[in-house]
Design a protein around this ligand. Structure first.
Ligand SMILES: *[C@@H]1O[C@H](CO)[C@@H](O)[C@H](O)[C@H]1NC(C)=O
Ligand SMILES: *[C@@H]1O[C@H](CO)[C@@H](O)[C@H](O)[C@H]1NC(C)=O
Ligand SMILES: *[C@@H]1O[C@H](CO)[C@@H](O)[C@H](O)[C@H]1NC(C)=O
Ligand SMILES: *[C@@H]1O[C@H](CO)[C@@H](O)[C@H](O)[C@H]1NC(C)=O
Ligand SMILES: *[C@@H]1O[C@H](CO)[C@@H](O)[C@H](O)[C@H]1NC(C)=O
Ligand SMILES: *[C@@H]1O[C@H](CO)[C@@H](O)[C@H](O)[C@H]1NC(C)=O
Ligand SMILES: *[C@@H]1O[C@H](CO)[C@@H](O)[C@H](O)[C@H]1NC(C)=O
Ligand SMILES: *[C@@H]1O[C@H](CO)[C@@H](O)[C@H](O)[C@H]1NC(C)=O
Ligand SMILES: *[C@@H]1O[C@H](CO)[C@@H](O)[C@H](O)[C@H]1NC(C)=O
Length: 376
């Protein structure tokens, strides 16, 4: 489009130029007379006109070509661009007028402000004067009052200072207490930790000891149980033995026995529960083989004046029997029955006695003198 405008302007200029050539500025001295000068000028003009026409033709041809090329080119896009540009220009114009309006408003405001400033300046001046006047009057009138106020204020400040100091001291004291408390807590914590540790250690040791003790106790108990079991069987055997009756009846073989000597009962007539009978056969004395309570019955038949006997448990006398003072036609018998507790190994013996006699013998008759022992 711009190109087209340019070309049009060019043509317009050329046309203007051509018209210019036809006007002769020099006016002839004699009108109606054609001079050489005129002819040459006309020729020049013709030549120039031809040249100009040629030029014009060229330009027209150019233009035609350009129009053709333009036709070939798609100008609708440019048209769109132009309409868009137009719209933008319109927008700009609107904006510009709006700005102008705003500017006017702002200008008004500025003037308003300027006026207000002037007014304020004046007011300020008046106020300054007022203040200086007031200062002068006040300094005189209320100096005393001011002094009092200052004094009161300074008193208050002092009080506040004092309060502050007291509070500071309180804070320091509280912080001291807090520090002390912290120390105490730390100490207690430390002690507690130590105690807990020691208790833990003790507990651990104790539980270890308990384990050891438990094991030892168990072992001891097991041993005792084994012992008891073993002892039980022996005890059962012993009890069975104890419950088994012990009984003996033996005869004296007959003959004289020296006073103080033992009347022996070697001839076993009946016996129960006695293991070592041969001991009785050889010694004629009863030896207890079992602990227990025994009944002992002894009968001695004798034809000797002043005769008797004693039953002895080991060397202690259990009974004394006086058979007779004077022997007559018939021999006399004496009997004694005693009961005693015997321990294993204790001896039961019958000793001959002679009443008032210290010496001599006691004659014992065979078959009439017996020793009977029974365990109850
Ligand atoms: C020019 O462009 C428009 C859209 O961009 C299209 O519709 C049209 O056909 C085009 N014309 C030529 C001659 O290319
Ligand atoms: C100027 O002062 C008047 C009166 O005090 C007030 O109403 C106005 O808003 C002021 N103008 C500005 C721009 O401050
Ligand atoms: C705080 O403690 C320090 C040292 O323990 C002591 O010198 C000071 O007097 C204490 N202050 C108060 C206010 O108790
Ligand atoms: C553990 O046993 C040992 C040795 O018998 C003993 O010295 C220690 O005191 C016991 N500890 C406790 C906590 O009973
Ligand atoms: C088992 O008997 C023996 C011998 O009689 C005795 O020394 C021991 O103490 C007894 N044991 C128990 C556990 O009674
Ligand atoms: C029986 O007793 C006699 C005499 O006391 C003794 O020598 C012997 O060893 C005993 N016999 C038994 C089996 O105890
Ligand atoms: C009894 O005592 C006498 C001496 O006093 C002694 O020789 C004898 O062995 C004792 N007999 C017994 C059974 O103890
Ligand atoms: C026993 O004593 C009587 C009277 O004293 C006497 O006659 C008698 O001979 C004595 N007997 C003997 C065996 O000594
Ligand atoms: C009796 O004597 C016997 C044999 O000397 C002895 O084993 C026993 O222990 C004695 N008994 C008493 C109670 O002294």
């Amino acid at each position: 489009m711009a190109e087209m405008i340019h070309t049009s302007m060019f043509i317009f200029l050329i046309l203007q130029c051509v018209r210019g050539f036809l006007v002769d500025s020099t006016t002839p001295k004699n009108p109606g007379v054609i001079t050489d000068k005129h002819y040459i000028a006309v020729m020049d003009l013709l030549m120039e006109e031809r040249q100009a026409r040629h030029l014009l033709e060229q330009v027209v041809t150019n233009l035609q070509q350009k129009v053709q090329s333009l036709d070939q080119k798609n100008i609708s896009k440019h048209a769109q661009d132009i309409s868009a540009l137009k719209l933008q220009v319109n927008g700009l114009v609107a904006t510009c007028s709006l700005s102008q309006t705003n500017f006017g408003v702002l200008e008004g405001k500025f003037k308003d402000l300027e006026m207000n400033y002037t007014l304020l300046k004046d007011e300020n001046q008046i106020l300054s004067q007022d203040v200086s006047i007031l200062r002068q009057t006040k300094s005189v009138v209320s100096m005393e009052h001011l002094k009092q106020q200052v004094q009161a204020t300074s008193n208050k400040v002092n009080q506040l200072d004092y309060n502050n100091m007291v509070r500071n001291q309180d804070i320091i004291a509280i912080s001291n207490i807090t520090r002390q408390n912290q120390l105490d807590v730390k100490t207690i914590d430390h002690k507690l930790t130590q105690q807990i540790t020691s208790v833990e250690t003790e507990f651990r040791e104790k539980s270890r000891n308990d384990t050891v003790v438990h094991r030892e106790l168990t072992e001891a108990l097991n041993l005792k149980i084994a012992n008891l079991a073993a002892n039980q069987s022996t005890q059962v055997a012993t009890i069975a033995q104890k419950n088994y009756p012990v009984a003996l009846t033996a005869w004296n073989a007959g003959g004289d026995v020296t006073i103080g000597g033992e009347i022996k009962f070697n001839e076993v007539k009946t016996s129960t529960g006695i293991r070592n009978l041969s001991a009785i056969h050889s010694t004629g004395t009863f030896t207890a083989e079992e602990d227990g309570v025994y009944m002992i019955a002894v009968t001695v038949n004798s034809g000797t004046n002043d005769s008797g006997f004693e039953i002895h448990k080991n060397n202690s006398t259990l009974s004394q029997v006086y058979i007779q003072g004077t022997a007559g036609d018939n021999d006399q018998s004496g009997t004694s029955v005693v009961s005693t507790e015997l321990r294993m190994g204790d001896l039961i013996s019958v000793i001959a006695s002679g009443g008032s006699r210290e010496k001599g013998i006691v004659h014992v008759d065979k078959g009439w003198s017996t020793l009977s022992i029974i365990k109850i």
